[in-house]
Design a protein around this ligand. Structure first.
Ligand code: OOG
Ligand code: MG
Length: 261
């Protein structure tokens, strides 16, 4: 077995953190990462840098839970990352995209845990509420081109998220096949179904607990995009609708005159 030289976890976390803060990309394929174990260690170090600056982890996200996303990004394994209070976009707010590199947006379903979710436990018993969600992703790698360990180290491209109104689910089983619509300026950009998320979004919770260990009450879990992501530009109204759950939306700030087109 050949192994590359060990990755300097702290140095790579600093490099990816700087890329996010300065909106400057890192070329994919240059990290030396070969395993997901190393990659999650870098992600942990990256999150530690954020929390040391006063950011608070608000939840957990899954990625590549749908075939649409796996195909779009050329990968085939589940990944997980963390979302923080600095990434939160209030429903209906305006978000300035300056500071992001090449953002994309995707429609998701979010869960709020009312109880601790232990690995192997029935996820439905821990769910307090469900909401439609939008995730903004912004890879810190050139052209969104990365290996699986590289996107994990980059906190799974996490950059922003908006949550619609929380709803106490009467029947969680019904979450398994709800229509999903992503609109840009009132025009459909993507359509799909919650069935695209691992066959049922509740499975994302099962996987989250399996991958991360026990998830505490109060955790928000983004189940992963139901459709491919679309590029996000300034001056755009973005809305996701999940049938019977409702809508969530935000507007991106208009381009400033000195910003290049
Ligand atoms: C990685 C993030 C994947 C999802 O919902 O599948 C993700 C990426 O596409 O750059 O958030
Ligand atoms: Mg996502």
């Amino acid at each position: 077995m050949t192994t590359g030289s060990p990755v300097d976890t702290a140095a790579l976390a600093e490099r990816l953190d700087a890329a996010a803060r300065l909106a400057r990309t890192v070329p994919g394929g240059t990290t030396g990462l070969t395993t997901t174990i190393e990659a999650y260690a870098v992600q942990d170090a990256l999150i530690a840098r954020r929390t040391a600056r006063g950011e608070r982890v608000t939840g957990f996200k899954l990625g590549f839970t749908s075939l649409a996303k796996m195909r779009q990004m050329g990968v085939s394994d589940l990944i997980h990352g963390r979302i923080t209070d600095r990434m939160a976009i209030p429903d209906g707010a305006t978000r300035d995209l300056s500071g992001l590199i090449h953002p994309r947006v995707e429609p998701e379903v979010a869960f709020l845990l009312g109880d601790t979710l232990e690995p192997g436990a029935d996820p439905a018993a821990a769910v307090a509420a469900v909401a439609p969600a939008l995730e903004v992703i912004d890879s810190r790698y050139d052209g969104f081109a990365f290996s699986l360990p590289e996107v994990i180290a980059d906190n799974t491209s996490a950059a922003g998220y908006a949550l619609g109104p929380w709803r106490t689910p009467g029947d969680l089983a019904a979450l398994g096949n709800l229509g999903v619509l992503l609109e840009l300026d009132g025009r459909p950009a993507q359509t799909g179904s919650t069935a695209a998320i691992l066959g049922h979004p509740l499975r994302a919770l099962t996987e989250a607990a399996r991958l991360a260990g026990s998830l505490p009450a109060g955790t928000v879990v983004l189940a992963g995009a139901a459709t491919a992501a679309v590029p996000l530009h300034p001056g755009t109204h973005v809305r996701a609708t999940v049938a019977s759950l409702g809508t969530v939306q935000f507007t991106t700030a208009p381009r400033t005159p000195e910003e290049p087109a």
